[in-house]
Design a protein around this ligand. Structure first.
Ligand SMILES: *Cc1c(COP(=O)(O)O)cnc(C)c1O
Length: 391
């Protein structure tokens, strides 16, 4: 018997858009320059300054960033890229589309992240890159991973889609190395759609900049302005992955709010943590023991499917019936039809990833939520557990 239902649907995520975001976009629309231009330039500089990196290139998505970074590495068929299967499948798609092979590392049961000791045995002569994921707002344990990369001369690409503002041992993700951020609407800040490649490596960022816009030289966007030259040269074939100034304007005003957004997420998480002390069937995932600043991109819990007496998918349906929105981050990449059919990673090959993939769900968490919303989520979870026990 269902006893608890909210009157209105609580979405799992909502972007935090205010009047300043809106008036900024309107200003760009009225300015006469709406595609890549001065706002994009300013957004790249502001974001690079925020993370403390010297170079940044804005793109249409983090997926586009991953595509171009992998292409810039010049991957050949047979090359291997080590990553987690507990990630958004776009990373794996991009590895595949570059003709390389994804090699999956199983994850830590508590944090759901890959670790250097699990990566080490999978390094081969064909390994060209590794893509650790900073998961749910926590940083991966980078020191030992960086050491491994250096020792074997492997390129390290940090998937920082969840990590805008995250710190590892006192340093912001993105400050060193090569990181890719996402500004999809569910992320901690948004441009509608968008991404950013951030790196110390100027040559690489310049290459990404050319590849994102037809393979044209650096300031190609200026070709219709007074300053630009109308004569442009393609130096290599490229894509059309440039962010517009409409989006970049959102990026600038959202970035101003990012620290406040992340603080609010932290407050909401403290309420969740307290309330989950009295729930045994559904438990939050672990947080790293090393020094870090978590930005709580997602509040992920695992359903104890034996104790709850139902599958995670049934649990999610029951929560939705109680007007609580839920996400799944993620269904393991290797279990998606295309990758499963390849047969390289059959079920059973990545036990911890599969265990999590079958049990995790992401609960509503966004800056505009109230403490009462958090209470409603936990009340609904307790109600699902109670109803599941009633024969
Ligand atoms: C969202 C996400 C991406 C992709 O970001 P897009 O901007 O949507 O392309 C990549 N990796 C992870 C872990 C993500 O959550």
């Amino acid at each position: 018997m269902q006893e608890f239902t909210r009157k209105t649907f609580l979405p799992f995520s909502l972007p935090g858009i205010d009047e300043k975001d809106i008036s900024g976009v309107i200003e760009v629309l009225k300015s006469g320059w709406i595609t890549t231009g001065p706002k994009c330039d300013a957004f790249e500089k502001a974001f690079a300054a925020y993370v403390g990196a010297p170079h940044a290139c804005a793109l249409t998505s983090a997926t586009a960033g991953m595509h171009l970074v992998l292409l810039a590495l010049g991957l050949k068929p047979g090359d291997e890229v080590i990553t987690s299967s507990m990630t958004w499948v776009s990373t794996v798609n991009m590895i595949e589309l570059c003709g390389a092979r994804p090699v999956f590392v199983d994850i830590d049961r508590s944090t759901l992240m890959i670790t250097a000791d699990r990566i080490a045995p999978l390094i081969s002569k064909r390994t060209r890159a590794m893509v650790p994921v900073h998961y749910a707002g926590a940083p991966a344990d980078m020191d030992p991973i960086r050491e491994l990369a250096k020792k074997h001369n492997i390129v390290l690409i940090e998937d920082a889609a969840h990590a805008a503002g995250t710190e590892y041992k006192g340093q912001r993700v993105g400050k060193t190395g090569l990181s890719i951020f996402s500004f999809h609407p569910i992320k901690n800040m948004t441009t509608g759609e968008g991404g950013m490649v951030v790196s110390e490596d100027q040559e690489l960022v310049d290459r990404v900049r050319r590849l994102k816009f037809h393979g044209l030289a650096k300031d190609a966007w200026q070709r219709y302005s007074r300053k630009g030259s109308v004569v442009m040269e393609v130096t290599e074939p490229g894509f059309k992955y440039n962010l517009t100034d409409i989006q970049a304007s959102l990026g600038l005003t959202q970035l101003e709010k990012l620290d406040r957004f992340n603080e609010r997420r932290k407050e909401l998480v403290a309420i969740y943590d307290e309330l989950f002390k009295s729930v045994e069937e559904v438990r939050p995932i672990g947080r790293p023991a090393y020094p870090h600043k978590h930005t709580h991109h997602l509040y992920i819990v695992q359903v104890d499917i034996d104790r709850a007496g139902m599958s995670r998918d049934e649990f999610v349906d029951q929560l939705k019936a109680r007007n609580i929105g839920v996400g799944i981050h993620f269904r393991a990449a290797h279990l998606h039809e295309y990758y499963a059919k390849q047969g390289r990673y059959p079920r059973g090959s990545l036990p911890e990833t599969e265990r999590a993939s079958d049990r995790i769900m992401s609960l509503p968490l966004f800056p505009g939520m109230t403490a009462n919303d958090v209470r409603d989520v936990v009340l609904a979870i307790k109600d699902v557990v109670r109803a599941g026990r009633t024969p």
